[in-house]
Design a binder for this molecule. Structure first.
Ligand code: SF4
Length: 699
């Protein structure tokens, strides 16, 4: 009999509910889940094409050692013995895990527990570092915890939605559809798009501010002073629930409009129009994404935005607040289990000895990591200089996605022991594995993901795992057992892991931590199978759930007050006569990451079939570049990428946009992250992928 399985889309952070219909002959069709609160039945082009990506072409179907077929016992024994030997000879910090926002929360939980509690290092980081680490750091500075205060519904009930560094129409399409529908039904609603490019998102903008790359801190610093000077201040909220406004005003005395205009590239008229709109509109949501996060001042940008919402008390009420949009399907779930090198499970802090002791006791772990581990860029530096001698990469392709990608390739190739768990065998990273482990993919694996509005949803398997593929949590569990920790890694399925994760979230948590889903700590396999989407916090099933935080304060700093944070102006790329352009990288509508899944769909590939460089026509004229010419892009480090020129005035003069999805043995084939240097935000460690000095010339 044909049967339907409710699951969740594996792509962006919107986290749409999907219904997979499996026919008797195994054929699968996909539609949106009308009951899922993220999408109410909508799907974008990528989600609708999921059934076209389920074939087994290119899959890893059995374990391999040095490129030769092996079996699970031999491969797992090899991994365990090499990790054990490396730890014994060089200490726990000589090994590392590099994981992914594609992992399910249960995979992430076991990886984090194994590394931090049983190996005793915090060298576990994730490709989410490239995605939303600046938002995490900004939340923690302002709120005392990594808490997203609002929810998607706020976009629909706001009177002003400000989109900063977000091409939502292409990168979070269903959320954009919800916003566009709300604006169509309430034409008085205003949308402001702040982005150096004119994009599909700016089509619905009442005001598009085409600011300079990294001009955000100046823009929102100017807004804060405008609001303060014009008396648009919620004095009671500031007095009762915040700290630091006086210091902020003293240390950031404010610039003249002319200076802000100069720093942002916006006219005084544009600035005043935006500032006035923000000032007079009570119900404001400010959404931000990678244009904010991927910057050397990403954390400061986040705090500059949050500062404006704290000043006006516009937070945690319907239609009001800052809202970070995560790029990946489970970046948020990773944050919940401490998947970043500087976090502990259940939103506890690795720097906090009380938290460390609590987690160690809960896990009954022999040790606990005592300091933050290496963040992604530093981790691959440590691989390059030999400090890390054994590396396990799961569900990600850092040879393509990391900045300075050629250097990362050389580093991984020279690492004494590399394990890769993936579904595709021929990725740029999988080719470098000493041990390649076959993972289950979307449609085969079971677990949970958390979307950008803190909503936890089930991913459910509806296809049998092909050949010898196994879930990532199972692989980690087997290594934990082989390292001598049978009791701690006795999981028989994701339900048991989820229940332990839920129990830890409430363990000795008297409201001091935001993340609490203890209501599900007694969940069994049947309950897990039936789990409906819900938002955290959810400490008890009987309590009414509040989908927003902080309307009446209650922040997570010890004094329960939020912090105004002094923000500094971002470091612009060092453009020069030799490198006169700013490179901006990003997604396109119909591809995902390095295309290992979406690249299988001819329909999706037909949208934009090859990598390109968007260049302003007058810049092209100056450099003798014609439309559809091949153009050679060169970084200061001498890396080259050759792509096709696409002349368009969507692009600001002096800027070039190239999509991030294409891969290849040589950067010349469009692997654009080879041109991005390893410059990071000093607080979050997130690389700056959108403001890089390059040269461009006809090829
Ligand atoms: Fe999937 Fe995101 Fe599209 Fe929803 S908006 S269908 S989660 S890619």
């Amino acid at each position: 009999m044909p049967h339907d399985v409710k699951t969740t889309c594996p792509y962006c952070g919107v986290g749409c509910g999907v219904i997979a219909r499996v026919e008797d002959d195994g054929q699968v069709s996909i539609k949106g889940d009308p009951e899922h609160p993220a999408n109410f039945g909508r799907l974008c082009s990528k989600g609708s094409a999921l059934a076209e990506t389920l074939d087994l072409e290119g899959r890893v179907l059995y374990p391999q050692i040095d490129g030769t077929r092996s079996d699970w016992d031999t491969a797992l024994d090899r991994v365990a013995s090499r990790f054990r030997q490396t730890i014994a000879e060089h200490g726990p910090d000589a090994v590392a895990f590099y994981v992914s926002g594609q992992l399910l929360t249960e995979d992430y939980y076991v990886a984090n527990k194994l590394m931090k509690g049983f190996i005793g290092s915090a060298n576990i980081d994730t490709n989410s570092r490239l995605c939303m680490a600046s938002s995490v750091a900004g939340h923690r500075r302002a709120f005392g915890s990594d808490t997203v205060p609002g929810c998607y519904e706020d976009l629909e009930c706001a009177d002003l939605v400000v989109l900063v560094g977000s091409n939502m129409a292409w990168c979070h399409p269903v959320l954009y559809q919800r916003l566009a529908a709300a604006k169509a039904s309430r034409p008085d609603m205003k949308v402001v798009v702040i982005d150096p490019r004119r994009t599909a998102t700016s089509d619905i903008a009442d005001l598009h501010l085409q600011l300079h790359p990294d001009g955000d801190v100046a823009l929102f610093g100017g807004l804060l002073h405008h609001l303060h000077q014009t008396g648009v201040v919620d004095h009671a909220f500031v007095r009762d629930h915040t700290v630091g406004l006086e210091v902020l005003l003293a240390e950031e005395p404010g610039s003249s409009l002319a200076a802000t205009s100069n720093a942002t590239g916006l006219s005084v008229e544009e600035l005043l129009r935006f500032y006035a709109l923000f000032a007079v509109t009570e119900k404001v949501v400010t959404c931000y994404s990678q244009g904010v996060n991927q910057s050397t001042s990403g954390t400061d940008k986040v705090n500059a935005i949050i500062n404006c919402h704290l000043l006006t008390g516009r937070i945690g009420r319907p239609g009001m607040g800052p809202l970070s949009l995560t790029g990946q399907p489970n970046a948020m779930g990773g944050r919940e289990v401490g998947g970043l090198a500087n976090m502990l499970a259940a939103h506890m802090a690795i720097e906090n000895p009380v938290h460390r002791e609590r987690v160690q006791r809960f896990w009954n772990a022999p040790r606990i990591a005592e300091k933050p581990g290496l963040k992604a860029v530093d981790m691959f530096e440590a691989v390059a200089d030999g400090r890390i001698k054994a590396l396990w990469i799961m569900a990600t392709n850092p040879v393509v996605s990391m900045p300075d990608a050629d250097r990362v390739r050389v580093a991984i190739a020279a690492c004494p022991f590399v394990v890769v768990s993936d579904i595709q065998s021929d990725t740029d990273t999988a080719r470098l594995a000493h041990v390649l482990l076959p993972s289950t993919g979307w449609g085969e694996k079971d677990g949970t993901v958390t979307n950008s509005e803190r909503r936890i949803s089930r991913q459910r398997g509806f296809l049998p795992p092909p050949s010898e593929a196994r879930p990532d949590w199972w692989q980690l569990t087997e290594i934990g057992r082989r390292l001598g920790h049978e009791a701690a890694f006795d999981y028989d399925g994701p339900a048991k892991i989820f229940a332990e994760h839920a129990l830890l979230s409430g363990f000795e948590n008297d409201g001091e931590r935001d993340f609490d889903i203890a209501a599900f700590s007694d969940i069994d396999r049947k309950g897990f199978d039936a789990l409906a989407p819900f938002q955290w916090p959810c400490p008890a099933r009987t309590e009414p759930r509040e989908s927003r935080f902080f309307a009446a304060g209650g922040f997570y700093h010890p004094d329960r007050k939020a912090r105004f944070v002094v923000s500094r102006q971002g470091g612009a790329a060092r453009r020069s006569t030799d490198f006169p352009f700013t490179l901006n990288t990003g997604r396109i509508r119909d591809q995902w990451h390095t295309m290992t899944r979406t690249g299988k769909s001819a329909r999706l590939s037909a949208h934009l079939a090859e990598p390109f460089a968007e260049i302003h026509p007058r810049d092209a004229l100056d450099y003798d570049i014609r439309d559809a010419d091949l153009v050679d892009l060169v970084s200061e480090t001498g890396a080259h990428v050759i792509v096709r020129a696409l002349l368009t005035d969507r692009q600001a003069r002096g800027s070039i946009f190239v999509p991030m999805h294409w891969t290849g043995e040589t950067a010349a084939l469009g692997r654009i992250d080879a041109l991005v240097p390893s410059r990071t935000d000093p607080v979050s460690g997130q690389p700056a992928s959108k403001n890089v000095a390059i040269a461009a010339r006809p090829y």
